[in-house]
Design a protein. Sequence first.
Length: 751
Amino acid sequence: MASSSDIPQPRRRQSLPDPPFMLNLVLCGTDAALKASISDLILGQKQFSSNPSLEPSLTCVTRAGEVSGCSVTLVEMPALCNTLSELLEEDVKYEALRCVSLCDPGVSAFLFIVPVGPLTDEDKGELEKIQELFSSRVKENLIVIFTAPNIQQPVTDFIEVDPEVRNFLAVCHDRYIIVETEMGKSSKQAGEKLVDEIIKRIEAPPYSLHMYMTVQEERVRREVEEEYKEELNKKEKEIQDLKTKLQQGDEEEAQAPSCLRIVLIGKTGNGKSATGNTILDRREFDTKSSMNSVTRVCQKGVGEVLGRSVAVIDTPGLFDATLSTVQIQQEIVKCISLSAPGPHAFIIVLSVGRVTKEDVETLDLIKMIFGPKAAMFSIVLFTRGDDLEDQTLKEYVETCTIEPVRKLLRDCGDRFIAFNNKEENDRTQVSELLTLIDKVISSNPSSKYFTNSMFEEAELSIKKKTEEILKKKEKEIEDEKEKLKIKYNQEMEEIKKRLEEEKQKADEEKQQLQRNFRDKMEALKKEFEEKDQMERKKREMEDKARSDEVNMQMQQWQSRITELEIENKKEEKRQWKEESERKDREYEEKRRTMEAQMKEPYEQMEKRRMEEQERRKQEDEERRAEERKRLQEREEDIKRQWQEDIKKREEEIMAREEKEKKEWEELKKKHDQEMKAMKNKFEDMARQQAEQFNEFNASKEKHFQELMEEQQKRYELLDNLYKLTEGKKSEEIKKLAELDKLKKKSNCTIS
């Protein structure tokens, strides 16, 4: 029987060592439920199935735990490119910065989580957005996690064969893991296995906050340079287009020198198109009442007016809400090519009545586009001349108290005229306009029209001004960059400070979690040791009680067997003694009775009797020896059976203890379940041993009963033998009596 000291004692758990290293993981993707599910799986918590109704978070969610001896920090980053996301661009950049800051000293791996199946546009856009925010360097730390209800051959075949998936995986150098999300799996084991697989695929150093800041600075610098180059190229293209158009205009002027070229410029709604129709005496340009400009591109109309060839160029309305200032300027510049080699007059079209700020700024816009000499060829034309009624145009101008309007007229050499476009048949106003244009031509003897050289001067002026603007813009950009840098540094300091506070808070929470984890483990260890000690003491007491009970029972059996043997021997000895004494007395009496009568026959008979008695005694001795031998063999069998039972129980106890020793390692992971299973097992074994013990008792009782029955049969056999001997003695006495009678009758002596 194995003693309690032979039972293997559970090994004492040492205090938990500090984790060897930290693992910082950022979970990316468009499906918030999948990210939460993988996060639960890694931390060994309850695993949820993907729930599409899960409300996605708009901020980074941080979780921490210890897996496979590693201190794991998980950051669930919100979807950056989700069409349903409410994140603004600034929020996206802040969350990207925050997720890297929470993973000090750096992100060990970016886990891009997608379900197995065809990739969606959102998945592709999310990956592009991640590369845009973190640069191409993030590919070295990117691992794709495919999720599937169960891992089968078609799943792996789809990943290996689908071209879109292969291109997708090429970004991360084919680093991917397939995770089975079927419910009922051991979350802790699956989480540890997943962490081990992730660690195997980490090949690059962590993506640090310094890397992210370097990427953002490079991107801002690149955006500013591209914006500057784009604006410069745009200006150079405009200048080149103007050169080409002026060259084309010079050729057209050589072919048609007598054509009078007029350019109509003005604000939307002032009646430029109607004025052009009045000059050409036909509906050349579309006219209708509208809040927006009817003319959206430069249009040219040519006709004979009062015997002269006249070309009228209509331009889009200035300050039109539907067109940008740049678009309007580009269209007005086109009028140079339509009026090549140059316009004889720029007609600034105003409306009688309320003059707006935009009307006054028209000449400034012409000067900006064509240079300051354009004012020498400018004429102010007031439409709606019928609104003057009895007042003349000169009186209307002289009574004007608006200084910007008076300055406009002075800059145009006080050249102005009124038009009534409702009186289309009144050609007098057209004749006056042509006369006024002739005065403009005659007042500029050096150039009859706005020439190419003037435009080149304007071009040089524009270029110079553009360079000044660009330099100013560049200086403003540099100043803005400096301000942004200062603001950025301030914000970064605030963010760093806030992140440091969050990190400190997260570290405190993490330390608290570790302390709670250690306290819980210590409490569980203490509870387990107490339970184990109590269980061990209980088992020792039960084993001792069973052993004492078995020993006591065996002692009782041995004592009973010994008593039975002693009683049996005493009884046999007493019976044989009594029978021997009785027989001796009988034979002695018979011998004395017959000695005198028949000495010789008696001696012969006595001799035969003694031989018979010796023979029977020898047979009885042999039978008793055989009986003792059989009883001894039965006793040996009982002892051997008892020893085999004891040995079997010892082997069972040793096997059970060996099994308990093997199961001890598993108890460290799932001690609650194993304690319950061990309890049930011990109850079953106790029940089995009790049943075996009961069977053994029944077998012993049955065997003892059989021995008693056999002893009873032997006693009955001896009794029958005694009766048979008595019968034979009676017959011999009877024969002796008959012989005595015959002797008396025959008077002969038998010697």
